[in-house]
Design a protein around this ligand. Sequence first.
Ligand SMILES: C[S@@+](CC[C@H](N)C(=O)[O-])C[C@H]1O[C@@H](n2cnc3c(N)ncnc32)[C@H](O)[C@@H]1O
Length: 276
Amino acid sequence: MSDQQPDTHAAAGGQATVARIYDYLLGGKQNFPADREAARQLIQVVPEAADIAWSNRLFLRRAVRVLAETGITQFLDLGSGIPTQGNVHEIAQAIDPTSRVLYVDIDPVAVVASNEILTGNPGCRAIEGDFNRPDLILDALDDGDPATVIDLNKPTALIYCAVLQQVPDDRITDVVAPIRDRLAPGSAIVISHLSAAVTDTYGEDGVSTAKNVFRARAATEITLRTDEQIAALLGHYRTLAPGLVPLNNWRPELSEPDPYATAPGGSPMRGVVATN
Ligand SMILES: C[S@@+](CC[C@H](N)C(=O)[O-])C[C@H]1O[C@@H](n2cnc3c(N)ncnc32)[C@H](O)[C@@H]1O
């Protein structure tokens, strides 16, 4: 699917997907011309789009590292995306090689690419699934299907990174609460989310144009949320320091500097990690 490969997808009038647009922004090769065109349109309104994506990945790595260091060995990553460098299982297994990771994504390209790099890693799997149907994800986990690799009776980190802005307000609680509230004591939730404050940087018109790119090119509605609305997704969980903050301010590490490290106002995404 690189630039050099034949493009049957475009020939078939293919649509972009969020997973592949994001992959392109991260410099990946798992994308088609329709995805690259959508990404280019996005960059015209949000020139920092690739920085936003990288800042998100760096937050995810730090959050997983911190949770793995506290002893969590199971990670349920919903809307996990196409693998890139420093994936959840690599970070977690560097700390505890027995760590188990279940990646769930609606995009088959993400699932196939994830399972390719998970060959020979029996504790980790990727499955196709819809985070809008937590009942089905819980059914699969409860059935004890070995493909799901996670035992919900043990502490688990539930990861929603850069995904919940794809869920509208009238469904968000029904999407997040069932799995969040089912996790065993000692579990955690990791959320990164596009902030409503992004309007301060790109203006109402810029935000509206960017939303239109996702709507028209990837059939995806984007819902921005305030800090208060994002915090409400944590339910009874208690936030770890430093709380809900711009991603670059969540336990920054000098070894992996965030693209927003010195930017006034920081990342337009918020990040939070909380435990039950
Ligand atoms: C912006 S990417 C984020 C990827 C990864 N979580 C990260 O932070 O690097 C959003 C991902 O959510 C996936 N996604 C979108 N809607 C989904 C759904 N209803 N169920 C599962 N995955 C979904 C997309 O396919 C894409 O891989």
